[in-house]
Structures are given as C-alpha cells and as structure tokens.
Ligand binder design. Structure first.
Ligand code: FAD
Length: 413
C-alpha cells in the first residue's frame, strides 16, 4: 500500500526564479512548501541581464551576497545604432531618480537559477526535480497536484494553495482563461553564447549593449551581455517580416549570421569571437494572461505573462511579483478574510508595472522611442525617467516621472 500523499501549505509548479523566490520566502516564514520542477538544475535558460530593483528581492531571500560574489556587476545599459556605432547613448543606473541600487548583475542562468533553487531548499522548502506537473485539481481549500517523474511513475501532492511558476508554459493560467498576443510585439529571437566578443572596460565592463537596427516593420535589436568568465550572451530579436524576408537562408545559425552581417556595430562587437553553441531560435514569446489568480492559486513570473525582453524585464517582474505573491499568500493564511484585498492589490501593482514596460517596448518598435533614447543632447528629466524605467522602478505610479513615461508611451491596442 502506498504512503498517504504529503500535505503542504503551498505547492509551487516550476523552480525558475519566480518559483524559487516564492518558495524561499514562504518557507522562511515557516510555511510547508514543495517545489515541483520538471527539469534538473543546472539547466540553460535565456534571460541573463538583471535590473537594479531586483536587488531588494535577492536581499529579501538572503541570496544577495552570494550573487555579488559570483556574478559580473552591471552598472548601465548602452543603446547603439547598428548602422553607426558613434551614435550611442549609455544609461547609468546611478542616474535613476531613486537610485536605490546603482547596479545589477549579469548572470548565466544555469548558475543563477540553481543558486536561487538551492536557496529555497536552505530556507526549508522541499525540492523535487525531474517532476513534471501534469494536472492540477483545485477542490475548495485543497489542491491535488499530479506529477510524472522521469521514470514515468506518478505521484500526487496535496496543498492548500498552488503557485503556477511554470514560465511560459503557464500550466494553470492558460487553463484558467484566455491568453492573448501583445499587439506589435510579434518577434523571433536568435541566440547563442560566444567567447572573445568585445566588451567595454573599467566600470562599464558589465554594461549590456543593445544594438538597434531597421525601420518600420523590420525594426529589431541585438543584445550583448558579458559574463564574468569571459563568455557573453548574444542574440538578435527580429520581426516576422524580417524572418519572412530571410526564410530561404534556412537554419537559425544562418539567420543570426545574416542579421549580424547587416549590422556593422554588432559585427564589430562580435569580430573574432567563437560560438559556444550554434545559434538557436525562439518565437512568439510576448503574451498577456487574462486570469492570473483564482481560488487557491495564482500565477507568478512568465506564467502571468511575458513582455519582449528589450529592457531585460522578465526576471525582475518574475522575482518581484513572486516575492509580493508570497507575502500575500502568507498574510491570507494568517487571516483568510484578507484574500480578496491582498490578491487584488498584488495583481494591480504587477499589471501596472508590466504595462509601463509594454508601452515603452511598443514605442520602440513603432519608432517613437528612438528619438528619446538617442536624443542628443538629452532632456535631463527624460534621461532620468528612462534610466529609472531601465532600473526596474516601475511599480510605484505616484512619481511625476513615472506618470510622464506612461503618458508619453501609452500601451497601444
Ligand atoms: C529571447 C529572450 C531574452 C530574454 N532576456 C532576458 C534578460 O536579459 N533579462 C531578464 O530579466 N529576462 C530575460 N528574459 C526573460 C526571462 O527568461 C524570464 O522572464 C524568466 O526566466 C522568468 O522566470 P520564471 O521563473 O517565471 O520562468 P522560468 O525561468 O521559465 O522557469 C519556469 C520553470 O518551470 C518549469 N516547468 C515548466 N512547466 C513545468 C511543469 N509542467 N511541471 C514542473 N515544472 C515545470 C521549467 O522547467 C522552468 O524551470 C528573456 C526571454 C527571452 C525569450
């Protein structure tokens, strides 16, 4: 006879940054938490450039010192015109209106995600790897989460609450309601890692380089993200129109090469570097999720929606949203009467932060943001407003600069 299923306060689906932060926070508050992760850490993942405002989250779960010891400090973001590298503007995080942290980090995600995952374990969460959640049944105040192990065996976990932190799979959120593509953000990313690429020096060594190219429908950009060990993450985000026009080239490696060949600034930065793996592709990543919470569950991280990575926002929204979600869940366990108000406040803040980023990313692709990004000379107020957004300071709607950004770059239908 099999042992009775264990009972947890919270079952977290997915052990990426959102799941691990949520689990670490809840476990350190004394809640019984299990994290069910399909893969095994360390594993490759995109999304290596963090934002300064995430440092508060890393500190809150007690992992900031480890992060500081291991990863390259990122003090700014530099936007470069692909056609003419002399047309470049650097945004230093120290210039943000509320520069609570003047830097972030560049993190190979295999190492970073494993660090967060193990931290959740050290805080008291039970960690299960090689466990794919195949079904979640919500039955009033008790949820049953069915899992398939690597050998094909199944197991069921029962919990009072389920957090869907399954990334873009969004296992619960996609079932709970409709998802929609975000207008004007239909893009494909071609990505690889390289060794020997150019990087800036001194305190600018850790900057992310964002190389903008194209006009109208064909507008796109590259990223170049340096790591502390000499590797760099390199990628191109191209439009569907660009992919259609270059389809005959064939595989992602050929497409990536073509994109670089058309962009002198990026070609210069990559000159002499060697690929560590052949370029790969991922498409259709931006989406909105209609329902991100319900009785006994909520979605955190990419499972609650994903925005084009132009401003390196994904991990920040994921980690910050997950920390706030954990606090709301914890408060509701203590006082169930708070459920409606706490979860609503959490969702409102998260969506407001995401919408500011969405408006600005749409403005980039529409061509409206470039005049501000590359302005010469720059309006000092707008420069600091853009820097504050790039630092991830998007959740407080009060400051005048945040209202200004929302007004200038409204979300497009
Ligand atoms: C091209 C591109 C570039 C990006 N660049 C950046 C960047 O520079 N900076 C940045 O901050 N973000 C970037 N991102 C976004 C970033 O990758 C994500 O926002 C971030 O990983 C979200 O974390 P998460 O924990 O929500 O999801 P994930 O990191 O995807 O973790 C989800 C976890 O859930 C697991 N899982 C899924 N389904 C199941 C299941 N059924 N059962 C159990 N486990 C499951 C997965 O194995 C995975 O480990 C980029 C994204 C893309 C597409």
């Amino acid at each position: 006879m099999s042992a009775p299923a264990p009972t947890y306060d919270v079952a977290v689906v997915g052990g990426g940054p959102a799941g691990s932060i949520c689990a670490a926070r809840l476990a350190s508050r004394g809640r019984r938490v299990v994290v069910l992760e399909r893969g095994r850490h360390p594993r490759f993942h995109l999304g290596e450039s963090l934002l300064p405002e995430s440092l508060e989250v890393l500190a809150a779960v007690g992992v900031l010192d480890d992060v500081r010891a291991r990863f390259l400090v990122k003090r700014g973001a530099r936007f470069v015109d692909a056609a003419d590298e002399r047309r470049a503007v650097r945004y230093a995080f120290a210039d943000a209106f509320r520069a609570r942290h003047a830097h972030a980090f560049q993190v190979p995600r295999d190492e970073f995600d494993e660090l967060l995952f193990r931290r959740a374990g050290a805080c008291g969460a039970e960690l299960r790897e090689g466990c794919e959640v195949t079904r979640v049944m919500l039955e009033g105040s008790r949820a049953a989460v069915e899992v398939r192990g690597e050998s094909g065996g199944t197991e069921t976990f029962t919990a009072r609450f389920v957090v869907d932190a399954s990334g873009r799979d969004a296992v619960l959120a996609r079932k709970a309601g409709p998802t929609e593509r975000i207008a004007h953000l239909d893009r494909t990313a071609l990505f690889t890692q390289v060794r020997g690429a150019w990087r800036d020096s001194g305190e600018r060594e850790g900057d992310i380089q964002i190389v903008a190219f194209g006009e109208g429908e064909g507008r796109g950009w590259f990223w170049l993200i340096p790591f502390s060990d000499g590797r760099s993450s390199a990628g191109a985000v191209v439009s569907s129109a660009w992919v259609r026009a270059h389809r005959a080239l064939g595989d992602p490696a050929a497409l990536f090469r073509a994109a670089v060949d058309d962009a002198p600034a990026m070609a210069r930065m990559l000159r002499g570097s060697a690929h560590l793996f052949a370029p790969r592709a991922t498409a259709d990543f931006s989406f909105r999720v209609g329902t991100i919470r319900g009785d006994g569950w909520l979605a955190a991280g990419d499972a609650a929606g994903f925005i084009d990575p132009l401003f390196s926002t994904g991990a920040h929204l994921a980690m910050r949203g997950a920390l706030q979600a954990a606090d709301a869940i914890d408060a509701v366990f203590t006082d169930p009467g708070l459920a409606g108000a706490r979860f609503e406040a959490w969702e409102t803040e998260l969506r407001a932060g995401a919408e500011l980023f969405i408006g600005a990313v749409q403005a980039f692709y529409a061509g409206d943001l470039n005049a501000y990004l590359f302005a010469d000379p720059q309006h000092p107020f707008l420069r600091r407003a853009i820097t504050s957004m790039l630092a991830g300071d998007v959740f407080d709607q009060g400051p005048v600069w945040a209202r200004e950004m929302r007004a200038r770059f409204p979300v497009l239908p």
